[in-house]
Design a protein. Structure first.
Length: 179
């Protein structure tokens, strides 16, 4: 039911709509203009970068969000993970989406660690990370200036050993991710 396909240029209008929606942008470190030309430039830039991969999340063949691996460090076998639902009608399956990415990252890519940065107030994703076995590692106080005030940023990490040991109930959540 949940599938992932490599993000394409044809997705940029949808991604821009999601990225500039209030429920997504309020937890992002930067705000972007609703400008499709700039979005296409961003897409061209990341398409040439072999340390960043983005996939559209599809549920019953409808695009509902975006998931990514960023700052992929092949030598040290680590990457940052990112995720958002663009369509809030699918929040009931939110907790089932990321295990697919974790299984791909740890079992297929052989990564040792995923890490995530979460802006204060994004309690849902923080709870989800903890539920999936992430460990909180740091809080960077007043780290991001947005909406005319500073925000703390919480850092989390998930080790392959933790995922393999503690999250066996999710190991069946596998699918293909194209790089």
């Amino acid at each position: 039911m949940i599938t992932f396909r490599k993000m394409a240029a044809s997705d940029m209008e949808q991604v821009l709509q999601w990225r500039t929606s209030e429920h997504v942008t309020k937890y992002m470190f930067t705000d972007i203009e609703r400008n499709l030309d700039q979005q296409m430039e961003w897409y061209k830039s990341i398409s040439q970068d072999d340390t960043q991969y983005y996939w559209m999340i599809e549920y019953k063949k409808a695009a509902i969000g975006l998931v990514s691996l960023n700052d992929l460090d092949r030598k040290n076998r680590k990457a940052a993970s990112g995720y958002y639902l663009g369509d809030l009608h699918y929040t009931m399956i939110a907790g089932r989406i990321l295990p697919y990415l974790y299984n791909f990252a740890f079992f297929d890519l052989g990564l040792n660690k995923l890490y995530a940065e979460v802006m204060e107030g994004n309690d849902g994703i923080m709870k989800m990370h903890l539920h999936h076995g992430y460990t909180p590692t740091a809080i960077f106080k007043e780290h991001i200036y947005k909406y005319e005030r500073y925000h703390d940023v919480h850092y989390f990490e998930l080790l392959a050993s933790t995922w393999k040991e503690l999250s066996q109930r999710y190991h069946r959540f596998t699918t293909e991710f194209l790089l």
